[in-house]
Ligand binder design. Structure first.
Ligand code: PMP
Length: 355
């Protein structure tokens, strides 16, 4: 068995892999890969998946759930187009590559973006805290967990303005108050399911209020919600596996229990990083992510030796993002604490030999 610390697509529960494999061969007599998305059996899957999202995250009434394609990357554009109002301005927090992607795409569809907070001065190694939220904008956008750098908002920006969040890499990992948000979007391929589907949780009030003259049908959340994510062929398999994964999540204590487990995993690994003299963390302690743990070797010349050791322990997916280097241990929901312990043991043994 490999220990998958990959950043995404990533590990899902083993039972889910087995159930998904079974459905590829037999989903009510057909393969899940060949069933029509209009067939009642798949419509039931779509309905249940939306329902499970609402249950898992305690989505209040007045909100809708939709599954689209295009990943969070298309979400950057969809968010901007759907949130644009009279001022055509928006406030963005820049916490790295994905936040910058959201800014770039918003500008492309005519949003006058004000970056009112940024951690670029220190290579995105912290979450900005001292900022003034502009008042004359249509909405505020931020990225709750910065997958590449390993930083995470522990407290969300407080504002009366419509709040939009890219939650791709920490949704379902901890309890959140959906009522604080007007729009949340997240690629499925972290804590939800396989790549292919993108989740949108949207406050119904905001639907159909865009002032953008450019609004392709597919990108209009109002139409997507009205058509119950069946405006065109949805990513059937990705949604099916997301349903299996959400069933599994709820059967195992839901997001609340997951948060406890994720905290335990991160305490275990950060503790080792902090106490092991051959390693150091790369981000501000108070902003450390529970999902993506980034760290460096104190001495680069030992890299080959460390790499050999974790690879021998059947660990995969540990190298950092190509833009940052170092190491990144992604510890999404399905990664068992036993895998984290294997990594910690390797780090200890490495230091015993080289320290
Ligand atoms: N936002 C965040 C926070 C991400 O981690 C990623 C992908 N890792 C993206 C956006 C881009 O997502 P996608 O590949 O689904 O377009």
């Amino acid at each position: 068995m490999k220990h998958n610390f990959g950043a995404g697509p990533c590990i899902l529960p083993q039972e889910v892999f087995h159930q998904a494999a079974e459905a590829v061969l037999d989903f009510n007599g057909l393969s899940i890969l060949e069933v029509s998305h209009r067939h009642k059996d798949f419509v039931a899957v779509m309905d249940e998946t939306m329902d499970l999202v609402k249950k898992a995250l305690h989505v209040p009434s007045g909100y809708s759930v939709a599954f689209l394609q295009g990943g969070a990357t298309l979400g950057f554009t969809i968010a901007a187009l759907n949130m644009l109002r009279e001022t055509k301005k928006a406030g963005y927090i820049n916490t790295g590559v994905w936040a910058a992607g959201a800014i770039k795409e918003a500008k492309k569809v005519g949003v006058d973006v004000s970056v009112f907070a940024s951690s670029e001065d220190k290579n995105f190694s912290y979450i900005p805290k001292d900022y003034t939220i502009p008042s004359d904008v249509d909405y505020i956008h931020f990225t709750s967990n910065n997958t590449i750098y390993g930083t995470q908002f522990k407290e969300f920006p407080k504002t009366n303005l419509p709040l939009v969040c890219d939650m791709s890499s920490d949704i379902f990992s901890k309890e959140i108050n959906i009522g604080d948000f007007d729009l949340i979007y997240a690629g499925a391929q972290k804590n939800l399911g396989p790549a292919g589907a993108t989740l949108y949780i949207v406050k119904d009030e905001i639907l159909g209020k865009s002032t953008s003259s450019f609004m392709p049908t597919y990108l209009d959340l109002k139409q997507q919600v009205e058509k119950e994510s069946m405006l065109n062929t949805p990513p059937v398999f990705s949604i099916y596996v997301a349903m299996l994964n959400l069933r599994n999540l709820l059967a195992n204590g839901g997001v609340k229990e997951m948060e406890i487990k994720n905290n335990a995993k991160s305490v275990l690994l950060y503790n080792e990083i902090d106490h092991n003299p051959l390693f150091r963390g790369t981000v501000a302690t108070e902003d450390r992510s529970n999902m993506n743990v980034t760290f460096l070797l104190e001495n680069d010349s030992l890299q080959e030796s460390f790499d050999k050791m974790w690879k021998a322990a059947e660990i995969v997916g540990l190298p950092g993002h190509r833009s940052t280097g170092g190491y990144r241990a992604s510890m999404y929901n399905a990664l068992p604490i036993e895998s984290v312990q294997v990594l910690v043991n390797v780090m200890k043994e490495f230091t015993r030999i080289n320290g």
